[in-house]
Ligand binder design. Sequence first.
Ligand SMILES: [Zn+2]
Length: 287
Amino acid sequence: MLAERLPGILPDLDVDSAIEAAALRSLRGLPVGAELDLRPPFQAPHHTASAVALIGGGSGMVQPGALSLASHGVLFLDEAPEFPRTVLDSLRQPLESGRITIHRARMSATFPASAQLVLAANPCPCGNAGAADLECRCTPMQQRRYLARLNGPLLDRVDLQLRVEKAGIATVRMQADGVVGSRSTAEVADAVRLARARAAARLAPLGCGRNADLSGGALRRPELRPAPGATESVDRALARGQISMRGYTRIQRVAWSLADLEGVARPTADHIAEALYYRVRTAAGGQ
Ligand SMILES: [Zn+2]
């Protein structure tokens, strides 16, 4: 449900991105409306979909896959451990570079691939592990093997990793009654729009618009340094080998986004610690 709400809180696409999204749909033979659609795309391919449908390819004309159709929007892989390992592996490089090149015997084609990737996974094959009122019949080995399909280099590229408990009926009732606080999609969308605008104003002199576009080098520039002493927690995690250098860079980008959401001039130690928490929580053993 959260993944499906995500496009709703993203700002409208700029005209160039919207034209690109429409062109990709058209290449794939999908309907394109008479008016330019400015809403970010959402793609949620099933784990039984072919590698061509997901990544792109085809025997005749090389066609874009769901990964490219989700560009500037969201690519959601539900039950991610069920996807073939080769498909998950082939997402890594495009997620890093924002583009994917598909080689065929007589031609190759490069498509955009700058989607926001959302993965969802059960804690075990039966889905009941950790739930208070349900019994899990999976062995510890089965649980480990299941989550191990997502471990390593792919998870290193996932910035926010959250363990979500099964919502009990009491929680659902409290949400319906407004007892448990929740913000509407429109309210969150406003906050995201403001945060994006702050980032865009700050990053315009560097020639990029989003925190996600910042390179490690750009993040070392004096004007993008976090508050003094703010990086102590993440420096320690790097020294201990808990995070990679790539992870270090990605934590700083997330911390900038957290600061932008709060309207703070630069990330504090709290923002950095929160970004670190999202990253190492599940990577360190899935707990
Ligand atoms: Zn289980």
